[in-house]
Design a protein around this ligand. Sequence first.
Ligand code: MTE
Length: 447
Amino acid sequence: MQASERKPGRIRKAPENFLEPSFLQTLRKEGMNQGRRDFLRKAFLAATAAMGAPALAAAAEGDPDILNLPEWSKILGNPVAMRPYGMPSKYEANLVRRESPGLASVPQASVAFTPLQGMFGIITPSGLHFERHHQGWVDIDPARHRLMLNGLVKRPRVYTMDDLLRLPSVSRIHWLECGANGAMEWGNVAVPTVQYTHGMLSGSEFTGVLLSTLLDDAGFDREKAKYLLAEGADGSSMTRTIDIDRALDDAMVAYGMNGEMLRPENGYPLRLVVPGVQGVSWVKWLRRLEVGDQPYATKDEASHYVDLMPDGMMRQYTSIHEAKSVITSPSGGQLLMDKGYFNVTGLAWTGRGSIRKVDVSFDGGRNWRTARLENPILPKALTRFNIDWVWDGSPAILQSRAVDSTGYVQPTYTQLRAVRGSRSVYHNNAIQSWSIADSGEVSNVHV
Ligand code: MTE
């Protein structure tokens, strides 16, 4: 993060305002017989002084490059046909999903984390959505994919993708977080960046068919139906139990993500979306839904995705994510280049309702100020917060604390461990601390 770029009082946009076409033409004509750089500088300084902007003239003195036309202003640009599908600039090549070395023993049972430190707003570009596969990703031919709906229903169904695309459709913005997000932190392993502490989190607009629509279509047994089993088509045989109330509330089978079809790594052509619930229940490459009257206790919910409690007992079916937040910038691995003003920004989310408030501390939790929540603030969607901060150059500890619409307050590590112990893997929603050294280096600390 470039502190120097964010200093108040710097007039970064002004030169563009001054270089309006007529002024540019004068420069071009008169500049024929002189050293171009020198002429531009003089003309610019004269123009800014004449317009009563000595501060701007001084700024241009310190940054003479603004007085030269760069090479891209003098060439023909690329034709649109060069990129029928848009790509980020080559200068953004560092902003990619990253795997954590050594986290998975085989590349197919993998996690790739979203670079939260470089994200704006609440939507994750599809190409940066985190990935978690139990047995690699598959690219399924949509013409051959089917969704079966069976069990306690009057009319068992087998839907093609074309069938599903004809049904009433909804589009909703939600986050998706793996239950294991923050797992390494339970054991006091302070991983270096927010990409690794919190990057099994992404936010998207999903489009698809509500489960309530499908269940009605199949005539489910309203008396006996208590649970759904969701099954994926990949080699991991991913299967999860979903409460019928949750299924009827806002869960959907989604084929769309961020305005286009799902990406293969995120479940193309069909995945389950269960807002507010941990990611493992969002079964990808969804092939079957079965309506039942009891939980299925499948392999992915009997031995995995359970919480090991301090008394040695396992807590099962704790699917809903409690309120959580994190400052994404400044965050671990970044460097504050200079003292002065910073926009401190981050994300907050909850599986219960919406985010009501985010407080931010700059002194390790002794004092708190309330951050600005940016619109939209939607249920079970990421909420972006921002807060002004002037860094005086001395060491600081930055933290954020979310409060949701139920009044639940995000806990500290001490509070969380008092209830959950420290041998858990899943559902870590503790307050994250970033330490700022007087050198400006930002690192992950546990306080
Ligand atoms: N569904 C299937 N069929 N296979 C999987 O491996 N992984 C689950 C879930 N659904 C998985 C799956 C886990 S653990 C998570 S966190 C989310 O998908 C991750 O979704 P994403 O890869 O789109 O981010």
